[in-house]
Design a binder for this molecule. Structure first.
Ligand SMILES: C[S@@+](CC[C@H](N)C(=O)[O-])C[C@H]1O[C@@H](n2cnc3c(N)ncnc32)[C@H](O)[C@@H]1O
Length: 174
């Protein structure tokens, strides 16, 4: 099995400072009949959530390696950002809800674009840790994914949030 490879493709238009910041990376999974690639749209301008953090590449590979567990599972990804692990989970047959801070519509919009680009259907939900909006209580995940979400000590609301969900498994390389 080949390891993940990141291939940075070219920026879109060198004449525009805004568009110069946009790039894509392509991530490959498997080398047999069931192999596939995921393309992620990244913005180098933003700090969080709009480019791929290293943990997310590792977690995506974990999802691929464990694909039989993910097939048919109800999965949510917290702080998904560019959503590579969640998109891989959708590719291997999971029912996936991608979530990120509801105050960051640009991140949520980018998730929708990525789902379209990679031909997967995922729910996209604004979900801020520690904010108890009604949609949270309709989520009944079997598996919760989180990559690089434990970097801020002030964000311990993530733990109480995680504990409140009726999940069965937690998968994070952090
Ligand atoms: C370091 S980035 C990791 C992004 C992605 N999981 C990855 O590994 O590429 C942290 C992510 O958590 C999200 N985040 C930060 N604080 C949050 C909060 N209070 N509620 C929900 N999401 C939050 C950010 O918007 C960002 O997408």
């Amino acid at each position: 099995m080949e390891p993940n490879q990141d291939d940075d493709d070219a920026g879109v238009d060198e004449s525009s400072p805004q568009e110069e910041m946009i790039t894509t990376s392509t991530h490959h999974f498997g080398d047999g009949d069931d192999a596939f690639s995921v393309t992620i749209i990244e913005s180098m301008k933003e700090e969080y959530g709009l480019f791929v953090w290293p943990c997310s590449i590792i977690l995506a590979e974990y999802v691929w390696q464990q694909r039989s567990r993910f097939s048919g599972a109800n999965v949510i990804e917290l702080g998904a950002g560019t959503s590579l692990p969640g998109i891989v989970a959708a590719k291997v047959g999971a029912d996936v809800t991608l979530t990120d801070d509801s105050n960051r519509p640009e991140v949520l919009d980018n998730m929708r674009r990525e789902c379209e680009l990679n031909n997967v259907t995922c729910k996209v939900l604004g979900l801020t840790w520690g904010v108890w909006d009604e949609p949270i209580f309709t989520l009944c995940p079997n598996i919760i994914l989180g990559a690089d979400v434990l970097y801020e000590t002030s964000e311990f609301s993530l733990f109480s949030f995680y504990n409140s969900l009726p999940q069965q498994k937690w998968a994070s390389p952090d």
